[in-house]
Design a protein. Structure first.
Length: 232
């Protein structure tokens, strides 16, 4: 599905109404060709996210990307609904939630309550991801394999995987560093389409948030992902 921004809508509206049918068709095709070129460029420049368990915005895109205007989302998936309403680009750009030049000082740069948006990276684009509420969960065993998908094959200096402490309630409390335990950290990964890490959640049960930092290798670029899970 191609979503037109305002500039693109204006371009289509600006095609003179008095053009011949053939002329209007040719002009419309020219605009569409430009849109496709832009879309392909966006894919080439894409980045990545945690895809298993899915990050909040990747999950929203996965479930609703082809049906994002469906009003039943408000009842069936209210947290995705509020995120789509706040800024559709948070889902269309599910692979772009990163900050640059953090220099490893993640806790100093990302404030409590803003971990899922990467400290409001991109202005307010991802801010809705910080909101507590009944985010859709996936069920995982306490020992599982986590997957980060890297569309641009940036490589990774490391992955850090945190899991919330027992008793934290993601439905009522924005995520803070004080809610997390570091459960896995890795070395470098050569550039590839996916990076995986074994995660052991210990004795945790019930609803939790898995928080991932992916430090890309091609430059000082840090990605931050929140995934909602239920441990059996």
């Amino acid at each position: 599905m191609v979503i037109l921004n305002e500039e693109e809508r204006v371009a289509l509206r600006s095609i003179p109404a008095n053009k011949s049918l053939l002329g209007r068709a040719a002009a419309t095709l020219a605009v569409v060709a430009g849109l496709m070129a832009s879309l392909l460029t966006g894919i080439a420049d894409a980045h990545g996210s945690t895809t298993d368990p899915p990050s909040r915005n990747y999950g929203c895109w996965q479930r609703w990307g082809s049906d994002f205007q469906n009003p039943t989302m408000a009842q069936q998936d209210p947290m995705c609904w509020q995120a789509w309403q706040a800024d559709t680009n948070a889902m269309w750009n599910w692979n772009g939630l990163y900050r640059e030049n953090v220099a490893g000082n993640h806790q100093g740069v990302i404030p409590n309550g803003q971990l899922c948006s990467g400290g409001r990276t991109g202005g307010t684009r991802y801010a809705a991801l910080d909101n507590p509420g009944p985010w859709k969960t996936v069920t995982k065993p306490r020992q599982f394999t986590l997957t980060v998908t890297d569309q641009a094959r940036h490589g990774a200096d490391y992955l850090r995987v945190y899991v919330t402490k027992q008793g934290y309630d993601a439905t009522t409390t924005p995520l803070g560093w004080n809610h997390l335990d570091l459960v896995a950290t890795t070395g470098r990964y050569a550039p590839a389409g996916q990076y995986q890490v074994a995660v052991n959640a210990g004795s945790r049960t019930g609803r939790h948030v898995v928080f991932v930092i992916w430090q890309a290798s091609h430059m000082d670029q840090s990605y931050y992902f929140c995934s909602d899970v239920v441990f059996q």
